[in-house]
Design a protein around this ligand. Structure first.
Ligand code: MN
Length: 150
């Protein structure tokens, strides 16, 4: 009986800790991101609207673990990010890094080299909207170094 009680208490404590480390976001975080090879750290992707001929739109929820970020990359048709949870970072090449909080909108023009991701000490989530599709291609470039990130 004591052993069962101890097990239940352990589960409650570890469950609580897990909850505390997870940001509260409105959309399901989905599965491990199939594009993680183009990211540093671990991210998750939940495609909310898949590209098709009816809505001609592509919208995904991307969740980043602490310190995770995209490689440098470009979108030929641009991209809009809607920040939903946690604290993040974004940067266009040659510009200052931007600190992102829930409710922020990031407009990334076509062909501009940039990256986006979590703050070093916070999980982060944004909705990614591909604009000017269907001819919006993403070109993945080199990882964002720790020096560029910090
Ligand atoms: Mn992007």
């Amino acid at each position: 009986m004591k052993k069962i009680l101890l097990l239940l208490m352990t589960l409650a404590v570890t469950g609580g800790l897990t909850m505390a480390n997870n940001i509260n976001q409105p959309f399901n975080k989905g599965e491990l991101n199939p594009y993680n090879e183009f990211f540093t750290g671990t991210t998750y992707l939940n495609m909310l609207v898949k590209k098709d001929d009816i809505w001609n739109s592509s919208i995904g929820n991307v969740t980043f673990e602490k310190g995770a970020r995209t490689n440098w990359h470009k979108h030929s048709g641009g991209q809009i990010l809607l920040v939903t949870a946690g604290e993040g970072r974004s940067m266009e090449e040659g510009k200052e890094v931007r600190i992102l909080k829930s409710g922020d909108v990031v407009q990334i023009p076509p062909e501009v080299k940039h990256w986006h991701g979590a703050a070093p000490d916070s999980e982060f989530a944004h909705i990614s909207i591909e604009t000017n599709i269907p001819n919006n291609k993403t070109t993945w470039l080199e990882p964002v170094s720790d020096k560029e990130y910090k």
